[in-house]
Design a protein around this ligand. Structure first.
Ligand code: SF4
Length: 291
């Protein structure tokens, strides 16, 4: 729980605060950009939320925060409803799960609701509140793990829903060696007619992306959007396996149509296919360029 005595000096005066346990995962800043910003290597409240919408976004971020570093000085009567609000819709039947885990440095988890079986993409932290909500939406058939860094509480979700966990052999290890499906090779795997798993080695040896309905690309830590650069990009300083291979994997994505990039870390991006292709080419050019 956040503690007001540990509130960071950079917080704007008022009810909401960030304390010194913040790990700078960026979650609150992209979820509630009107309220939070980065200062001195951590997040802080830039402006106290005034509108009900800004306050709702800030409290959703409070719930998603992997380290419980965000608090309110006064009791927030909305919290029970806020905690039950996840998963929150992104578009169509794609949802953001919230409840980020410190085990995956605050990576985002997503939920796809489909008549043929729902998919959890990467693992939120364990939460009975979230589990009850996912149950009410039809449960989880597959837990797709984009790579070994973002598996967090995968065993909790497996136990809760008896879902099939999927991870690539290149990243399976420790507890994920018990995954029900371990992929090998670099061929695209058709999980269902609307779900394709695309191996994209580079960030890690076994990184994979999931393409849903040729529109939503779940990228783990392979590909994200950079607001500062204003283009799609990859984490060069957090490439744990091979930058050359990650660049080749990025080129491989030319063969797939998509309109959404939904990463574990970094910012989402949504655009028409022409713009998305241009963005991908910019990213590839940047990756091929000088460091
Ligand atoms: S979500 Fe929590 S840990 Fe992440 S940047 Fe915000 S306050 Fe820090």
């Amino acid at each position: 729980m956040a503690h007001p005595k540990r509130s960071l000096p950079g917080n704007a005066p008022g009810d909401l605060y960030v304390d010194d346990t913040c790990i700078d995962c960026d979650t609150c800043r992209w979820m509630a950009p009107g309220t939070f910003h980065r200062t001195a290597g951590q997040s802080a409240v830039r402006v106290q939320p005034e509108s009900s919408q800004d306050r709702r976004l800030a409290l959703l971020a409070l719930t998603a925060c992997p380290t419980a570093s965000i608090g309110t000085r006064a009791r927030a009567p909305e919290m029970p409803a806020i905690r039950s609000a996840f998963p929150v819709p992104v578009a169509e039947e794609v949802y953001h799960c919230g409840y980020h885990s410190a085990k995956s440095y605050g990576a985002a988890g997503y939920f796809i609701r489909r008549a043929e079986g729902n998919v959890l993409v990467d693992s939120p932290r364990r939460s009975e509140t979230l589990a009850a909500r996912l149950q009410s939406l039809g449960g989880v058939r597959w837990l797709f793990l984009t790579h070994g860094d973002d598996v967090a509480d995968h065993d909790f979700w497996r136990e809760r829903f008896a879902c099939e966990r999927i991870i690539h052999a290149g990243d399976a290890g420790g507890s994920t060696l018990a995954a029900e499906r371990i992929l090998v090779g670099e061929q695209t795997v058709e999980l269902a007619p609307d779900l394709r798993i695309i191996p994209v080695p580079g960030h890690t040896q076994g990184s994979c992306a999931l393409l849903y309905r040729d529109a939503f690309l779940f990228t783990g830590d392979h590909l994200a959007y950079s607001q500062r650069r204003a283009h799609l990009y990859a984490f060069r300083d957090a490439c744990w396996h091979s930058w050359r291979q990650q660049t080749e994997s990025m080129e491989k994505l030319r063969g797939y149509p998509f309109e959404w990039v939904l990463p574990g870390h970094g910012r989402r991006f949504h655009a028409g296919r022409v713009t998305m292709r241009e963005q991908l080419e910019t990213c590839i050019g940047w990756m091929r360029g000088p460091r």
